[in-house]
Design a protein around this ligand. Structure first.
Ligand SMILES: Nc1nc2c(c(=O)[nH]1)N[C@H]1C(S)=C(S)[C@@H](COP(=O)(O)OP(=O)(O)OC[C@H]3O[C@@H](n4cnc5c(=O)[nH]c(N)nc54)[C@H](O)[C@@H]3O)O[C@H]1N2
Ligand SMILES: Nc1nc2c(c(=O)[nH]1)N[C@H]1C(S)=C(S)[C@@H](COP(=O)(O)OP(=O)(O)OC[C@H]3O[C@@H](n4cnc5c(=O)[nH]c(N)nc54)[C@H](O)[C@@H]3O)O[C@H]1N2
Ligand SMILES: [Mo]
Length: 772
């Protein structure tokens, strides 16, 4: 960290404790406390009538799409009262807040003073209410007109030696309409430098599924969860991050599904659920969800999956076809013989050791799966953010292929997406590696030749800024400095830029850790009314299961000086290209239907977009796996052969996963509690196994420093309180983004280049001269 007197704005949270309080780990998620908690937050931030109005419209057909996670809404019946969860309500509260930051706020608070606050404090300041500019060498932001802001950005972009010196990041809340225009603008400018939050999130899933199954998205619909016989949940904490998934699991379970979850933590939502949207739930009558909990070691999933498959194959050999779906395998797949040989070569004892799951439990899993054919596997960051993430997800696919569990009702892949439109942004072409067909369509439809060379993803963008190869950073949403790995390095990379620009709703740390000049462009959020030429507009999003739906805000914007994201892109493009452009930017400014017409011409699956998006509940995009086909090079699904790998660790090393608390949405910190895990009023904690604590001569409550050594560089995060927690030996957990300083920028997943945020090797050292 910088010294106290430094005026360089701080990239990390202050090393101060907020007053840890402890409670019991909860066994049941949601119920009445969740309802109370969400109402309190919304009313507190937005006021009663504004708050209630927002909640009433949230996820209703014709309402606005929840800005929290990407979990789908039911296709048919939606709850007449509430089709949202506690954390969705909190995301709305954040956005619907009545607090706004006027020029006086920025003249009273210097950038470096604001950066001394915690993320929680920065976020609670409110919505940015007008465009703001930080001139070179200045200590305070000052107001700027929209025209001047666009003029400055255009002039800076034009001054670059090459368009590849600019980086255009996207977070996953951006609507389809805004995302489409944004990638079009960036490609007309002349670069494919379009990193996005996916690079840190489900990139590994996209790569694995694309290579094995021919489509980088999941195959199931929501209703498949109601029909499944077995649902496996690997590396996901739905109780906090996708709470509405619990209702679907509950329904599946009622219909007879067995649920198996594997997690290093006994996450509350996996264990039990009390549905706040049913009468029984309001009376707090609960359902136990998980039938078999596998208390797996961090990154033990590949070994577990191989052990399960070994025993399934052995069982099948006793009576061929009784366990494996040989017809499906024969007709649809490639590589089964080599795969079986590979599995037979594995050492079962080693697999047991690496996974941390006993042979008895592995056999129980196999018993559950053996004669079932409708199997769904759900996963999230617990599988995607490891060095071998792509191969682990391919191992998930191997299991589903053995059982013929893809392309039929009640079965398939379910990577549970994060941001509410992260999947849609990709569909719209936000990708540093565009397909040839997209580029060809752009050329045909828009009259310019887009760049063909692949651009930079998140990790490579950071490195390019650090080494001076990239000079301008433009963020369409998100909080780049806090969300990315290696905070010290990344902050330095951003500081080296000549200009950093953020299109944002709320103030965040990335506005404070800035380039020579910086600009904040404040935009409308999902819940805000968006009026163009006197007509209310709507946008559209794609959820985790490929449904496109409209989203129309209902709240009066907190300021007249906000622009929508599509409008920001249009006006920037006009400032940039003037009348030299072959794209009709003026048209897109007039009505969003014109943007959807352009999308329809360019992206497949959007036939009659404007008509179908107006159907209540929206429409499904085509999905080859769902239809039982595989769009790979061979038109077959591929079994993948990969060894079980482990990272070299010293005897006193711990493996750390960086996870979300219940009170946060990524870098937006709603509060300081993690209610389900029984941790209150403190985020600087490290969850450790009892034995790991005592072996180090430490005790619960001690304050420690966390040290990572990777590639000869020492990374340190000071002052974390030890919490004894049921986590396997050798494993530990902390909250992100406080520990992102420890995630090495060069430690990435093979093939997907995703930072290994769940696989950080560290030593804990007693913090000296400090007590709490
Ligand atoms: N309220 C709320 N909702 C959110 C978000 C939020 O921050 N807050 N974030 C959104 C985003 S962008 C995303 S990507 C998703 C994230 O959703 P999750 O992936 O559920 O989020 P994480 O907190 O990263 O949790 C990862 C889970 O995987 C487990 N895990 C870690 N390593 C391993 C492993 O090696 N093996 C196994 N089997 N398990 C492991 C952890 O114990 C934890 O339960 O949620 C989205 N929804
Ligand atoms: N160590 C560690 N690091 C991680 C992860 C992890 O598990 N561990 N998870 C990774 C994952 S999965 C993800 S997805 C990334 C998330 O990375 P990002 O998407 O970059 O981060 P967020 O915190 O979601 O961004 C929040 C900011 O977005 C802005 N915002 C909110 N709504 C809108 C909107 O409608 N429009 C615009 N323009 N701006 C808006 C607000 O200003 C807010 O401060 O973080 C990654 N980083
Ligand atoms: Mo994510």
């Amino acid at each position: 960290m910088d010294s106290e007197n430094s005026t360089i704005p701080e990239a990390e949270n202050p090393e101060e404790f907020t007053g840890l309080k402890r409670g019991k780990i909860k066994t049941i998620a949601a119920g009445i406390p969740a309802v109370i908690s969400s109402m309190e937050k919304v009313i507190g931030e937005a006021g009663f009538s504004r708050g209630m109005k927002a909640l009433w419209s949230l996820n209703k057909k014709g309402g606005f799409d929840c800005p929290s996670c990407a979990w789908p809404d039911p296709d048919d019946e939606r709850s007449p009262i509430a089709e949202y969860c506690e954390n969705g309500a909190r995301a709305v509260a954040e956005e619907a807040t009545a607090k706004k930051l006027m020029p006086a706020f920025f003249s009273e608070n210097s950038v470096s003073d604001l950066a001394k606050l915690s993320d929680y404090e920065i976020g609670s300041k409110g919505r940015v209410a007008q465009p703001m500019f930080l001139p070179k060498g200045a200590t305070h932001y000052k107001p700027i007109s929209w025209n001047d802001a666009f003029g400055k950005i255009a002039a800076s972009l034009k001054s670059l030696a090459s368009p590849d010196e600019a980086i255009f990041y996207t977070s996953g809340r951006t609507s389809n309409e805004a995302a489409f225009l944004y990638q079009l603008f960036v490609r007309e400018f002349g670069t494919n430098n379009l990193p996005d939050c996916s690079n840190m999130c489900h990139e590994s899933s996209g790569v694995a599924l694309g290579e094995s199954l021919g489509i980088g998205k999941g195959s199931i619909k929501l209703a498949d969860l109601y029909e499944a016989e077995v649902i496996l949940i690997l590396g996901q904490n739905p109780g906090t991050n996708h709470p509405r998934m619990l209702s679907a699991l509950q329904k599946g379970k009622k219909n007879g599904a067995k649920i198996i979850s594997a997690n290093p933590l006994p996450e509350t939502g996996l264990m039990g659920f009390s549905n706040p949207q049913t009468v029984k739930g309001v009376l707090d009558m609960d359902t136990a969800l998980t039938d078999l909990f596998l208390h797996i070691r961090i990154n033990g999933d590949m070994a577990l999956l191989k052990a399960i498959q070994m025993l399934l194959i052995e069982e099948d050999e006793k009576n061929p076809g009784s366990v494996l779906d040989l017809d499906f395998i024969e007709k649809n797949t490639i590589g089964i013989e080599d795969f079986k040989l590979h599995i037979k070569e594995q050492n079962l004892d080693e697999l047991v050791r690496i996974s941390g799951i006993s042979l008895i439990q592995i056999k129980e899993t196999v018993e559950i799966l053996k004669h079932k054919t409708k199997i769904i596997v759900c996963w999230a960051m617990g599988l995607t953010q490891h060095k071998n993430a792509v191969d682990t997800i391919k191992e998930v696919v191997n299991l589903l292929l053995l059982k013929g569990s893809i392309g039929k009702p009640g079965a398939g892949t379910c990577p549970v997406r994060g941001h509410s439109n992260v999947q849609g942004d990709r569909t719209m072409g936000i990708f540093e590696q565009p397909s040839d067909s997209l580029l060809q369509k752009i050329e045909e439809n828009f009259g310019f030749v887009p760049p063909k060379e692949h651009g930079l993803d998140v990790v490579n963008s950071i490195k390019a800024m650090y080494t001076g190869k990239a000079k301008i950073f433009f963020g369409m949403g998100g909080n780049f400095v806090s969300a990315t790995p290696d905070t010290t390095y990344t902050a330095e990379a951003l500081r080296k830029c000549s200009l950093t620009v953020h299109v944002s709703t709320k103030l965040n740390r990335s506005h404070l850790v800035h380039g020579e000049e910086a600009i904040i462009l404040p935009c409308l959020g999902r819940s805000d009314i968006d009026t163009v030429n006197g007509e209310k507009q709507f946008v559209s999003c794609e959820n985790s299961m490929g449904v496109i739906q409209s989203s129309k805000g209902i709240l009066k914007p907190i300021s007249d000086d906000l622009l929508s994201e599509p409008m920001i892109v249009c006006r920037l493009a006009i400032a940039m290209f003037g009348n030299t452009s072959t794209v009709n930017w003026d048209d897109y400014e007039k009505h969003y239907d014109t943007i959807r017409d352009a999308i329809e011409k360019t992206i497949s699956g959007f036939e009659k977009y404007n008509e179908r998006v107006r159907i209540p509940g929206g429409f499904y995009l085509p999905n080859c796996n769902r239809e039982g086909t595989f769009d790979t090079t061979t038109k077959k699904a591929h079994f993948n052969i990969a060894p079980v790998t482990t990272l070299a660790m010293e005897a006193d090393d711990l493996m750390m996963m960086t996870i979300r608390s219940h009170d946060q949405f990524n870098t937006t910190i709603y509060g300081l509690n993690d209610r389900y895990r029984g941790i209150y009023n403190e985020r600087r904690v490290i969850l450790m196994n009892e034995k790991d604590i005592s072996n180090r001569g430490l005790k619960d409550g001690d304050v420690v420093d966390l040290v990572n050594n990777h590639d000869g560089i020492e990374r340190v995060a000071n002052k974390f309180i030890i919490i004894k927690y049921p986590i396997p030996e050798g494993c530990s957990a902390t909250y992100f983004p406080e520990t992102n300083v420890l995630v090495p920028v060069s430690s990435v997943a093979d093939k997907s280049n995703t930072p290994t945020s769940k696989q950080v090797i560290l030593k804990v050292k007693k913090h000296m001269a400090e007590s709490i």
